[in-house]
Ligand binder design. Sequence first.
Ligand code: TH1
Length: 800
Amino acid sequence: MTVTCAQFKRDFLAEIKTLYATTLNDTSPLDQLIALGHLVRRYDGPNWAKTARAYQTQHRKQVYYFSIEFLPGRLLMANLLNLNLVTTVRHGLKELGLDLDQIRQAEPDPALGNGGLGRLAACYLDAMASLDIAGNGNGIRYRYGLFKQLFINGYQVEMPDDWLRNGNVWETRRENKSCIVRFGGHVWLQPQANGTLKPQYRDTDDVLAVPYDVGIVGYHNSVTNTLRLWSAELPPNADHTYYSQAQRDQIDDITKVLYPDDSNSAGQALRLRQEYFFTSAGVQSIVRHFCAHHHGMRTFAKQVAIHINDTHPTLVIPELMRLLMDEHHCSWDLAWALTRQVMSYTNHTILQEALETWPVALFQGLLPRIYQIVAEIDRRYRAQKTPVFGAALVDQTAPLGNGQVRMAYLAVIGSHSVNGVAPLHTELLKKDVLHGLYQVYPERFNNKTNGITLRRWVQLANPPLARTLDARIGNLWRRNPRLLKTLLAYQYDQGFLTELSQVKLANKQALAALVAQRLGLQIRTDAIYDVQVKRLHAYKRQLLHVFEILREYFQIKDQPTAPFVPRVHIFGAKAAPSYHYAKAIIKLINAVANLVNHDPVVGSRLKVVFIPNYGVSLAEVIIPAADVSEQISTASKEASGTSNMKLMANGALALATYDGANVDIIQAAGAKNEYPFGLTVAEVYRYYQRGDYRARDFYRGNPELKRIVDSLVDGTIPGISTEGREIYDSLLRYNDEFFVLADYASYVAQQRQISQDYQDQTAWQRRALANIAASGAFGADLAVARYADDIWQVPHDRLD
Ligand code: TH1
């Protein structure tokens, strides 16, 4: 996109005048943001239209990425970057007396996701557009995103996230592309004159699904793809149906709020409604679009790939069957063949509590026709597979069982591909969670290690680092992340290593300023910034990190004059509102922060910073400032993790268990450049098998650890009498489900090592460099290219 600075200024002032009928100095940063957004859209409009047209005329196979969460982050800078407009706009605004960095802060951060799953979906959309893949997102336009988190007296308090209050400049409502989604009622199959059966519906609750499209701009390639988010509304009232307030509310509720559960199944009827709502609307719009350009359905699978991001969109499978059979007169066999060719599924977790199942009665009542189809899928699966695999295995793996609809099994059976998100995770899927289905369909299983977009996580979030990299290796790494490897040539370049520590210092100063402003807390910038940012979950073991803080605290208290390498422990984490234990950990962290931060003996040497309301925008400030990346989940529990990759790319060293993608990060950067520790998956599983884990033995055998655990209940930490007891009990009475006590010693040994190693800045920055250089392997563009080649079978730009 080429616009001169002068042209931009004219356009911007005209936009201000049109929108607000006033002059520039009478507008707020929010007004300016909206004007700028409109202008960016005007500049990009021709690309968006041209992209859609090109896909049509070239009959390009379309990928539809279905996800119940998308966590795109603020879009202004990402769009300017990808359109190559950052410099022009920055200068133009400056000449008008405005500051781009102030305006960008006025943009709301759409929190339409919980964490890694939703952020992954957003990274992949960016990568698809940047690789010139005809890729579309399909999801929900939540009226309220993930709650805003406050701390009151150290407790998490949730406030609604009214992100649409001032509208959303990036979206386009397309009411003419609406469709009807049916819930409930009765359905029966009516014989037709031609001998076929056609379903008839009575007393259904109909909901209008209205799409809001957001342009997804590719990096410097004139491609703009579409993210389509659906909103539930009252159907157009041609026949003057009467809707009671309760009925109106029920419709409104469908897209009102994102369920705040990460790696956990909500199990609520409303969640099932949300799932069918965006799934049905999405598949209807795909089929409608296809039919507008093709005759008959036979080539459908050559033109369409549908991706199921975790099980939440699994109903695309029976919904496509329904449309093909009921509306497009396909036989079961043709419909099933097409469906399986089109569908692919990514599993993101092996946690039992995250695996979605729906009680048959609930499912059947809400989705009677879809239930019939699932029951038929189940019947045929059993009939075909029992003679080959035996009744026991088939019974264990069928879509229906124990009175439940088992979404993951349905997703595997109805797809041609199922993948995990890191090699270790994929192996566990095959061996454990989906072992039965792996026996039936071994060829469907494959791994696709997660990836992140370095354009957002380095180029935008860490401009000083990006500039430093450009100066040495050129800027082509933005297109081809693998080129970061060429940085290794500078491993022994003292000048470059010094630059890296200056970059880190600048980012720490920025974070320290934010902390001072938001928390009124001073943190020194020569300390080790030890960062754990992710959802609060027992398996992620923020508790282990708290134990290290207490160890350091006791160390200083015991020997106030002994040398101590200064540390700042930084947390960002939201707990699901109903997750009692996670909320107790939040209170604990805040109580420990309160204790440590105000202790005059400790002084500035040790600080604990828990920044409320962690999300994409905060991540963009915290991650570039990190020295240490805490990735300390119990081995086997974290499917991949993606903050590990973002922190690595920003030069943090990983303090990590052998879990998820940590394994691959350690391998890529070299173990000597990270701090691996803890039980391996094999060791964890051995404990499970033998049932011989005894948390108490670790407690009794280690006085330092005992003192820390006791401090939860002996009054050392003020204000946690109930939470402290609860956490204490989880460890000793309930035998420490996540092996915190077992991993304590090896974790702390590495923490001590970190304090020692950090003092040699040259050696430290050399290892930071190794991490940055190796992070290219985790670029989203590479990950998406592998999906395109192996799963979706669509062409894409080559990266080399
Ligand atoms: C996360 C996984 O926990 C994480 O390890 C992984 O890196 C990320 O997905 C991306 O692959 C998951 N988030 C959710 C959210 C819900 C349900 C299951 C998962 S798994 C709502």
